[in-house]
Ligand binder design. Structure first.
Ligand code: GLN
Length: 498
């Protein structure tokens, strides 16, 4: 039998084939492993491939197929899934793409990962990222960057660049990433795939290495909205190990075909007029709005007057939380150790100076300064006040609309090295950050190729808190208009980047 392109099939197609006995789960795992071995070479989305774990999980799925209990396995039964390397999985390292954790063996499994395993997923491995999730390009990985499958000279976005690229290259149908300021939505947009940042609290953060604990949220990548819904069904819900997590009784796969008819869709004029927004992205978002209106949605202008301060608030709150979270990597309890120093302070200093890369050190220094006596009152307090104002802006907007439509990123994927100035890099997230600040769910859905750059564009949908299903329903309507995300052309039909 010809090798099936399992990673390029949707989760739903794989499950249908398994049930029809067209192939076994062992063949799915083996096929995906073989494909990763060949096609990931030019992309470098995987840091570690978990062959043994994948084959073990596949054997359990095959046993269930024989026993006739496949339908009881769960929403990801037989589906190859990859995990961002800030998620613990026993049997793997969890490096956060940092020298600091290069040899760190996962002591337990993160709840989000465990729930995928419990739902029948085949764990394929760990995916590259910006170091500790600081960045928008995956260029800060200590293990080398991931390349964008649509153009290997360009970045995949970040920080979950490996998670987005693995799906865009057709290596696996589903991955998990994390999003603190845009790290799921922006790489999804750059790689032309679906990416969901759920409402804060919908998915447990237990076992995910913390960046900004009040902002971080785990979510799925896939090429179809329906596959993302399966992953959401697997991972969402209360976890006693994360006190911020909330119960979930929503079936995300259920309402996907209801269409845009009757939905009130918010447009934020100040986003569409933002300097830096490229014409091809702006025009595409306007086109999406017009098409949704033609489908029976009502467009409503909504205003987020304080969103312009989101970036400033984020680069106070984010580094403060990161500085606190990264204090544990002290070379004694955790992390890389530069030993042989007489005094412990010298060991801390040498280990942290070598173990952390440049962007991580920048964030630590910023956070340490911002939280110091006298400075704290001038930055941290006002940033928290701005946070409240932004949250209230969204709450007011959602009195008028069911969902907001916005750009994800001001532009399509950039070239390696094109953006050297860190503050310019930070602007990649100008449309995503306020959503983490407010805590709402947000997602990126592919809306075709840019007329000027020929690269994928994503539309961002934002939902009221815990109404994530609303944005997924609208995303499914948009998917019907623009088509399901294809595997990047250089990786379609068995090609491997040539
Ligand atoms: N790019 C943003 C940053 O560098 C967001 C990263 C993220 O969401 N993890 O902080």
């Amino acid at each position: 039998m010809a090798q099936q392109p399992f990673g390029a099939m949707s989760a739903a197609q794989i499950q249908a084939g398994l049930k029809a006995k067209e192939f076994s789960a062992a063949e799915v795992a083996r096929g995906a492993l073989d494909r990763i071995a060949v096609a990931d070479e030019p992309v470098h989305s995987f840091l570690e491939v978990t062959e043994e774990l994948a084959l073990e999980a596949a054997a359990r799925v095959d046993d269930a197929l024989v026993a006739g209990t496949f339908d009881e396995l769960g929403p990801l039964a037989g589906v190859p899934v990859g995990f961002k390397d800030n998620m613990n999985l026993v049997g793997t390292r969890t490096t956060c793409s940092s020298r600091m954790l290069a040899d760190y063996a996962s002591p337990y499994t993160a709840t989000c990962v465990q729930r995928c395993l419990d739902a029948g997923a085949l764990p394929m491995g760990k995916l590259n990222m910006d170091e500790f999730a600081f960045g928008s390009s995956t260029e800060t990985s200590a293990f080398g960057p991931t390349r964008n499958p649509w153009d290997l000279g360009r970045v995949p976005g970040g920080s979950s660049g490996g998670s987005a690229a693995a799906v865009a290259a057709g290596l696996v149908p589903v991955t998990l990433g994390s999003d603190t300021g845009g790290s799921i939505r922006q790489p999804a947009s750059f790689c032309g795939v679906v990416g969901i940042k759920p409402t804060y609290g919908l998915v447990s953060r237990y076992g995910v290495v913390a960046f900004g604990s009040s902002l971080d949220q785990v979510g799925p990548f896939s090429r179809t909205v329906a596959d993302a819904a399966l992953a959401m069904n697997a991972i969402a819900g209360r976890d006693p190990l994360d006190c911020t997590s909330q119960p979930n009784d929503v079936d995300f796969a259920a309402a996907l075909d209801e269409g845009a008819q009757g939905m009130r869709v918010g447009i934020v004029p100040e986003f569409l007029e933002a300097p830096g927004l490229t014409p091809e992205v702006r025009e595409r978002i306007e086109e999406v709005a017009a098409k949704l209106e033609a489908e029976g949605a009502t467009l409503v202008d909504v205003h987020l007057p304080n969103a312009k301060a989101a970036m400033s608030a984020y680069y106070v709150l984010g580094p403060c939380e990161a500085f606190s979270n990264l204090a544990r990597f002290d070379s004694v309890r955790y992390g890389y150790c530069d030993s042989g120093h007489k005094d412990l302070n010298a060991q801390y200093e040498a280990s942290r100076a070598t173990g952390f890369g440049e962007e991580a050190r920048r964030r630590i220094m910023l956070g340490s300064y911002l939280l110091s006596a006298g400075v704290y009152e001038r930055y941290y307090y006002p940033a928290q006040q701005v946070r409240t104002l932004i949250t209230q802006d969204y709450a007011r907007a959602f009195e008028q609309v069911d969902c907001i439509l916005a750009p994800v990123s001001p532009r399509t994927a950039f070239e390696f090295g094109e953006i050297g100035d860190p503050t310019e890099m930070y602007l990649s997230d100008m449309f995503t950050i306020s959503i983490n600040i407010a805590g709402n769910g947000g997602m990126s859905v592919p809306v075709g190729i840019g007329r000027d750059t020929g690269l994928p564009i994503g539309a961002q949908l934002v939902a009221p808190a815990f109404q994530d299903r609303a944005m997924m329903r609208l995303a499914a309507a948009i998917e019907r208009l623009y088509g399901e995300a294809p595997v990047a052309p250089g990786f379609a039909d068995g090609k491997a980047g040539e």
